[in-house]
Write a protein that binds this ligand. Sequence first.
Ligand SMILES: [Zn+2]
Length: 764
Amino acid sequence: MTPIRHAAVVFLFLTTAPAQSILGFTPTSAAREAAVESKFKSVPTPDEERRQHRIFTAEPHIAGSKRNNELAEYIRDEWKKQGLEDVIIRRYDVYGTNPRSVSLEMIAPTHYQAVLREAPLDPDPDSKSSAISNAWFGMSISGEVTAPVVYAHGGNPEDYDLLRQNGISVKGKIVLVRNANPYSYRGFKALTAQREGAAAILIYSDPAEDGYKKGNVDPDGPWGPEYKIQRGSITYDFMVPGDPQTPGWASIPGAKRIPIEQAVSAPKIMALPLSWHDAKPLLENMNGDGPVAPENWQGGLPFQYHLGGERVKVHLKIEMDNGTQPYYVVEGRIRGSELPDEWVVLGNHRDAWVFGGVDPSSGTASMMELTRALGQLAKEGMRPRRTIVVCSWDGEEVALIGSTEWGEQFADDLRAKAVAYINVDEATSGPNFHGQAVASLAPMLEETTRTLDDPSGKNLYEAWRARVESDAKTGHQSGQFNDSGAANQTLSDTHLGSGSDYTVFLNFVGMPVLGLQFDGDYGVYHSAYDDFYWMNHFGDPAYKYHTLMSQLWGVTALRLANADLLPFDFATYASNVRQFVRELASTNKSVILSEVRAPRSEARTQSKDPVPTCTTCNPSGSFHQAFVSDSGAAQVSKSPTQLDLSQVEKQIDAFESAGKKLNESLRAKLASGPIDPKLALTLNHGMMQVERNWLNPDGIPGRPWFKHILYGARFTYAHLELPGLTEAVEAQDWSTAKQQAEILERALEKNTNLLNELNSTLNP
Ligand SMILES: [Zn+2]
């Protein structure tokens, strides 16, 4: 830091606005930061957001396609013009998964040839494009089968239990399942069908989930019309994301590749998505075929659903092209003026299933306006203190491939240099803000939102809080993959699952991550109708939320890049870890906490912090364990016992008190004025190490790629806290559970010692 420059800026600033305190900044730098942010926020405009959005949504741009690669070059060229530095396109040679031909016909009791295409919508010119692909799933295997169809509801393990109770086996048959009700990742549905011995899986969107039962459908409303197809990949990336043939290392050209047969993330089942138009004849002809489906299996189509299994026969043929193909990650940066070797990393994926109106091109447009603003600031001498690295990922939709390969390639650099990763996938499908954060960054994210104006007229923080409070009242769960329990101690959602590009940074590299998104009614996910027309009529017609996203994303990045002392709050982190432990104990009676072991006057339910419960987490714990055991991991040894986590709680208390002390010392130090650069370096590098210390190099049992001991994801993509410990508890594997608890204790102890050391550096 150079006090002289700061003094000059402050003088200018103080004449125009009152001082403001910002987490991690001295009063002098906070004043400078406020000026930088207000300049930054003035750059993005709705018109430019719209113009960029049109460029990205003009044509389909699936991973590996010519158009998606042209867009990589477009981003590279734009970034250079905007003033980004070291702009480079990185190539990864990955397992390809493109359809050659796909067909489905019902051959009994009557003939029906499935359309497998979206019908054009009159007012939407893009929906008439001949470049739109037919229905297909990434990572389906090739094959041909003729077999009876069984209706298996959501395709989750409990659905097959119910079929069994009704005497229906799916072995060798084709299962027809729904996307949601409840939501689970389609790859989990595919794996479940594979394990049940099904020959193939068809997944359709029922109008009860995201179609006419919800409201008006496209082109008259935001919900999915009759021919909507939810494409996607079925990769088992909950085992290991990225290129299936390079698990744990980067697919740079020439890299070693394992045979696809040995890849644990490669499915071994045929799979195809259907519109409800194509599912309807199958379901309708099951009338009288097998028992009537239970009440909660019934859907939005105007007839009774049956379980099937005998009468309806289909012929399915899928031919895939699995040749190796290049994916491209575009990388650029604004080099830091003072600390170029400390990085704040931002990213958004570029590839889309079709046009990607919301997913991801709303995020890509926001990114382009963010980079334009950063470039403009740098040109005007307002360069960030730390380096801001920006990446356009490829193949997110296939298996988080671009970000995973890049993260694996640069893991060592990132572990040494990275402050945090900020992900934006879908920037906006509506007005409801959803902020995700590792708990240490939740307070800074919440503070940042106070400085931004929501189009509703409130500031973003107030709009966000109102939304979270009303969701808590109605029990509504917002977000595609987020179903965190109520009673979060932070406004930010700290229950991070998977399903977007932050996974490698959190779970493999050990970086704190943030995820930013605006949600709304959105029934055209992963279909050809998710396009420019949809955005301009339903999602964000005035491009105000796109603009707000550029501002929020940029200001958050600037705070991390410019802070004197990084704005981590480890006391909040500690209380969040305590929340995770209590959630585990509240759903598993065998887990004993100290207040139960040694009862105090207050019962746990009356304690000050509420014990939240997650009602939609879909544990399927024994299922996980069975799959993990199949892949050669620990044998389950069951014995009737209890797991005492009071030592873990003691370590959490110690970590919390060290975090509180450090917060106070940091606050006092910042208030006292400029900080010696050497001291700042020691403190910041120490704080950056905390997240790395949550990694266990062995990974979680059965899934060695996932190394974080606090955060993981279920096979459904739902969040899974304390993953190694929780899965062992759910499987009643007490020896593994004890080991995992000890690993957690040791990590907490290590981080407590680290914080105490930093604290004594501040108070010698
Ligand atoms: Zn996406």
